[in-house]
Design a protein around this ligand. Structure first.
Ligand code: HEM
Length: 528
């Protein structure tokens, strides 16, 4: 009712205002300049916009009531038009790498589901497991990847990549990639083995402080390019100038495209010469290996490894640029995420010597120095350590989707937030996996602590624990990532007795395409 009254009042007030302005400007226009006309046109456009949105609000509220949906909490903005107060606070939190804490504080303030205004646009924030499950699962078709989530990878990967596409284009990309993520390949640890050995060799003498995140980023780039293209960048040993240039372009393009996606759709399309050049460089590097793979397969030459992702992709004879889109998608999806997950494991282990001791006991009792995939999977404590690290520092710490029609979510309405809510078409919804993973209601009062033993107990979680997402778009590289992390930790603790933290600052997370440690992860080691 309130919204109907506001709409009626506003329409009447705008009509009166425009009539007064007409009398003043047009009936006696002797004193009127061109800028007065422009001002009048601007005010008229604003009045129309406000009226349309009030009428739309009224329409949505009537429909929501008819569907049994409740009202949703709204963030207490000081600027209720553009939401600049919340925006400035978010920029500050982003710059100080505390964005995830800010989201958690806002959920505590407003409740698990609330509306906020992001530069004049309504956005829904939710931390409600049922809502996240609905969006990624049964109602996925209503919630395509759009808005900031799509803009971020779009410039680098193009509209057909698995990471930025929806509907038929997504089905096509997923179907093309799925057969290449086969169990045989994931279980074949030879590809990881060489790069993990290089990583161990790159670690300095006992007691010397170094940044383990830097080494892990090099290692995951070396293993990802090896697995995808059949040729490694070899950053940890003897990288060619072309490989070094490729990695420079990769890091620059990921950073800049994530930054641009925060500026919104219009500014996102502004020309950016350096970014265009970096993307061109990236694509040409992959094209070189693509052409080489095609030429070699025509010659019938055998690889020194029996599985290369690119060779599998080429079996379906896809167009060249389409293949490059998908290869870069996998590199973007898999490299930084895996490096961050491993860094997180070392971050927490370096602060928990008792856990390290228990982990080493399990690893040392395994016998063989090079475990098989099955042996790794059987190591319960090792897998709990990885699970716990991914819970507390999840590389895809926030995610979002945009409604492509007016649609209902099961929670967030009414005073207790338990009623369903009607979300209008075009509204983006963001959720924080980081705060889901630290829910005290699910994980207990010590939810913020690193305690791998919690996974031994009868803790039963499904959508409360989603480091790899869920539903039909669940990460296809999950087993690949988990196996690589488990193998790296196994080899590391066979070589080193301990790892000690060498930085004492607060827990920070840097937002880019995914999250990482902004100042690296400083540690030192002691050999076994
Ligand atoms: C610890 C490491 C990783 C984490 C935490 C992770 C997390 C995720 C998450 C949360 C999604 C869903 C995104 C969304 O729904 O918007 C996703 C998608 C994806 N991931 Fe991973 N990922 C990891 C490693 C990998 C690896 C190693 C690969 C490939 C080798 C990979 C390939 C992909 C691809 C292709 C998608 C897109 C799937 C689709 O849209 O259908 N990821 N990942």
């Amino acid at each position: 009712m309130k919204s109907l009254a506001a709409a009626v009042f506003n329409v009447a007030f705008s009509a009166w205002g425009l009539q007064q302005a007409y009398c003043w400007f047009i009936a006696d226009n002797s004193h009127v300049t061109i800028s007065c006309y422009l001002l009048l046109a601007g005010l008229a456009a604003l009045a129309i916009q406000i009226n349309l949105s009030l009428i739309n609000n009224y329409r949505m509220q009537s429909r929501a009531r008819a569907l049994g949906c409740g009202d949703v909490a709204v963030y207490p903005h000081k600027d209720p038009i553009l939401g600049l107060d919340a925006f400035v606070e978010a920029i500050r939190a982003f710059n100080s790498h505390k964005l995830l804490d800010l989201y958690t504080r806002r959920f505590a303030l407003c409740g698990p589901t609330y509306y906020t205004i992001a530069l004049g646009k309504w956005m829904l924030m939710t931390d409600e497991v049922e809502n996240v499950k609905t969006i990624m699962g049964p109602k996925m078709e209503d919630w395509p990847i759009d808005g900031p989530r799509r803009l971020a990878p779009l410039l680098v990967l193009g509209p057909n990549s698995i990471f930025a596409s929806n509907g038929d284009a997504w089905h096509r990309a997923r179907a093309m990639l799925k057969p290449s993520f086969v169990r045989d390949q994931v279980a074949d640890l030879r590809c990881f083995d060489r790069h993990i050995r290089n990583m161990l060799a790159a670690i300095p003498e006992d007691g010397i402080t170094f940044d383990i995140q830097e080494i892990l980023l090099d290692m995951t780039m070396d293993s990802s390019t090896d697995f995808l293209l059949g040729y490694s960048t070899n950053l940890l040993t003897k990288a060619s100038p072309e490989a070094q240039e490729f990695v420079k372009n990769f890091e620059y393009a990921s950073r800049e495209s994530a930054m641009k996606s925060r500026l919104g759709t219009i500014l996102h399309h502004l020309p950016h010469r350096e970014l265009d050049e970096a993307i061109r460089g990236l694509r040409e590097y992959v094209r070189f290996y693509l052409k080489r793979a095609i030429a070699e397969s025509k010659k019938g030459g055998a690889r020194d490894r029996n599985y290369v992702f690119l060779d599998e992709l080429l079996k379906s004879n896809p167009p060249e640029d389409y293949t490059i889109d998908q290869i870069l998608s996998i590199l973007i999806a898999g490299r930084d995420t895996t490096a961050t997950a491993m860094t997180a494991a070392f971050y927490f282990l370096a602060r928990n010597p008792v856990v390290v001791e228990k982990l080493r006991e399990e690893i040392n009792s395994a016998g063989d120095d090079s475990p098989t995939w099955e042996q790794l999977k059987r190591m319960k404590y090792l897998n709990s350590v990885i699970k716990e690290a991914l819970r507390l520092f999840t590389p895809v710490a926030t995610n979002s989707r945009t409604a492509n029609k007016d649609t209902v979510l099961p929670r967030g309405g009414g005073k207790d937030g338990k009623q369903p809510i009607l979300v209008p078409k075009g509204v983006s919804v963001r959720w924080s996996v980081h705060s889901l993973h630290r829910s005290k209601a699910v994980y207990g009062p010590d939810a913020d602590e690193f305690r791998p033993e919690r996974w031994d107990s009868d803790l039963r979680v499904s959508w409360e624990y989603i480091p790899f997402g869920g539903g039909p778009r669940i990460c296809p590289g999950q087993q690949f990532a988990l196996t690589q992390i488990a193998y790296a930790l196994f080899k590391f603790f066979r070589t080193f007795r301990s790892v000690e933290a060498r930085d004492s600052g607060p827990f920070l997370a840097q937002a880019s395409l995914t999250f990482s440690f902004p100042h690296g992860c400083l540690v030192s080691v002691t050999r076994a």
